[in-house]
Design a protein around this ligand. Sequence first.
Ligand SMILES: Cc1cc2nc3c(=O)[nH]c(=O)nc-3n(C[C@H](O)[C@H](O)[C@H](O)COP(=O)(O)OP(=O)(O)OC[C@H]3O[C@@H](n4cnc5c(N)ncnc54)[C@H](O)[C@@H]3O)c2cc1C
Length: 305
Amino acid sequence: MESYDLIIIGGGPAGITAGIYGARQKLNTLLITKSFGGQVARKVVMIENYPGFEEISGMELIQKFEKHLRKQKIDIERDEVSKVKKIKEHFIVITKSKNRFESKAIIVASGADPRPLKVLGEKEFLGKGLSYCPLCDGPLFSDKTVAVIGGGNSAFEAAIFLSKIAKKIYILEASEKVRADAENQERVKKTGKVEIITNTQVQKIQGKQFVNSLIYEDRKTKREIKLPVEGIFVEIGSQPATSFVKDLVDFNERDEIAVEFETCQTKTPGLFAAGDCNIGKFKQIVTAASEGAKAALAAYGYIEK
Ligand SMILES: Cc1cc2nc3c(=O)[nH]c(=O)nc-3n(C[C@H](O)[C@H](O)[C@H](O)COP(=O)(O)OP(=O)(O)OC[C@H]3O[C@@H](n4cnc5c(N)ncnc54)[C@H](O)[C@@H]3O)c2cc1C
């Protein structure tokens, strides 16, 4: 079994930054990730709030992050972590492909996955008209009618992106009002292709081989309405990818890992959690990167001690 000072789990902004800091502290570091980019790779409109770049696409920003990381002396494994255990002073990391690694400290930077709707037909039509990634699957819906489920910024940005491809877009929001900021609402209006329906409770996704409609309940009238659509994009937020450390950490009610603010230290000494997977309130690229740096410096202090 290969042994490291530090193992980082996740290749988003938090994990990549932790990797750069860990390697620069001369820690023998391994970064394990399913993919590079994390949620940044799902970004469909330009990023306009990362300092140093007035406007940059998610893909371009993450390529720059990855290039910077690969300049360091660091080992990288493309794999999914399925379990982390602590045995005496050491951690054992087990991956989906049954590899095992040992380390003195761990940084969990596994971010979050899209939250599912949990309705009938969702699993059945995933990849057959239903998607969690407009950037990846949007181009398949040229000149078609699609629905975006959700009323926050991600849903509105998805609709803006899809308006360049699809014929018509419905935004279905569960509550009385959408939550997207004023700028995104303005941009959506300008497309002239988006219809917003509020007070909806999606009940069912249906079709034959591919999606052909969805059923929602109008929450005011309690009437069931069939909406003919060929594509459905689910944008109702995310859920932390944290189950593989469940025996070593405390969670809040949203399954986010409890950490100490200054160091990103969890309740288990030597185990840190940075970025969207922890209880931090503001989930942004810049805050995730900042926590990756904090966690790596704290891990260095822990290992030195
Ligand atoms: C649509 C959308 C638009 C956004 N727009 C902006 C914006 O404009 N500006 C901004 O600042 N923020 C934006 N955000 C938020 C920002 O993307 C996140 O806050 C940020 O990506 C969090 O970084 P992270 O490294 O903590 O997690 P993530 O980006 O989620 O990365 C987690 C990484 O961990 C890996 N991973 C997960 N589980 C495992 C496992 N078990 N084993 C191995 N690897 C694993 C994943 O593959 C991924 O690479 C947006 C988010 C979304 C979804």
